[in-house]
Write a protein of this length. Structure first.
Length: 347
């Protein structure tokens, strides 16, 4: 198969582009390169600014290339000052050539929507044109939102000549029904529907390890349980004792409570708990830490008070991580079954 360049973009935020990129590479057993010209998920690591998705792909695929070099920048005002049309295209091509060296395919990820980066000519359409890449759109949301996006994409292509090679419809609750009743919107457009993927609730869940990373938590016990997925969040510092007992009947809970609430932590360890976030930098007794280690339930210690910990966890976006091997395997299976990989990567 000849070297391929694919710009993977979306019409709205959190459509699932990054996971689909990972799933396609896994399904086709491809040695893939990655770049994200305009970063939108700023990550500060090792005293450098990386895009989260670039750092993820570098780890997931064991890439030798530095994640910092996979992104031209984050601040549009700075990029506008640094590049004119000629130098921007040259820099893009140089970056692409570096990231695709020795690879089978280069994935170029766009921002949260088709307008993102337009003011600095780094929107998905412009990048695809400059790099001679195929543009594939991932559409996700409710059925009505996806239908709106299909109609928008058709109008967009007809009005602008956008180089859209196809669309992948993601997170559909009834794929067969969607194919039967919604895809006719694209009739006569020439835009290929490359696949329709089912909604998988587990892909929208965060792992305990992800919570620990994002809150910079210290892991006191249960390190081997960090891959556990969280279905419910329970705040253990509010509510009556009866209310807490009822709440502890839920499955795969992340319990948030002050470290001095030994009663709550012990109750959590005897329930179906994925992990416990201990707030206020307060350590529980050593016997509780030992019990958590025995039960393989992670105890995460954070300096924030309970209210702030809840706020930060509530704001977390369920992003894929390099340790989410079960999620990656599920994405791979769904893409094998639901995406026309030959049409996606012709030749």
């Amino acid at each position: 198969m000849k070297m391929q360049r694919i710009v993977m973009a979306s019409t709205r935020r959190s459509a699932g582009k990054t996971g689909i990129i990972a799933g396609i590479a896994a399904a086709m057993k491809l040695k893939a390169g990655y770049m994200k010209p305009l970063g939108d998920r700023l990550l500060y690591q090792k005293k450098r600014l990386w895009d989260y998705d670039a750092a993820l792909m570098a780890r997931l695929w064991s890439l030798k290339e530095d994640p910092e070099n996979m992104t031209l920048g984050f601040e549009q005002a700075k990029l506008r000052f640094m590049y004119d049309a000629t130098s921007l295209k040259k820099r893009l091509e140089e970056t692409a050539s570096t990231m695709e060296s020795g690879k089978d395919i280069l994935f170029i990820e766009g921002g949260p929507d088709l307008a993102f980066g337009s003011s600095v000519s780094l929107d998905a359409d412009a990048v695809a044109r400059m790099l001679g890449a195929r543009l594939v759109l991932v559409l996700g949301g409710t059925d009505d939102q996806i239908s709106d996006d299909l109609a928008f994409v058709k109008a967009h292509v007809e009005a602008t000549g956008s180089p859209v090679a196809g669309v992948i419809v993601n997170r559909v609750h009834d794929p067969d029904d969607f194919r039967s009743h919604r895809l006719s919107i694209l009739a006569g457009s020439g835009i290929k529907v490359l696949g329709v993927l089912p909604h998988r609730p587990e892909l929208s869940l965060i792992s305990v390890g992800f919570v620990a990373d994002r809150l910079f938590a210290k892991v006191l016990a249960g390190e081997s349980g960090m891959k556990a997925l969280v279905k419910h969040v329970l705040v253990g510092s509010i509510g009556s004792e009866a209310a807490l007992r009822e709440a502890f009947k839920k499955e795969r809970m992340l319990v948030i409570t002050s470290g001095d609430r030994s009663d709550v932590v012990l109750a959590a360890l005897e329930a179906d708990t994925a992990g416990v976030v201990l707030t206020n930098d307060m350590l529980p007794p050593s016997s509780i830490i030992a019990r958590a280690a025995e039960k393989n339930v992670p105890l995460l210690l954070v300096p924030h008070d309970t209210h702030e910990a809840v706020r930060q966890i509530d704001a977390l976006e369920p992003l894929l991580t390099a340790g989410d091997t079960d999620k990656t395997a599920l994405l791979e299976r769904d893409i094998r079954a639901g995406v026309d990989l030959k049409a996606l990567l012709p030749g």
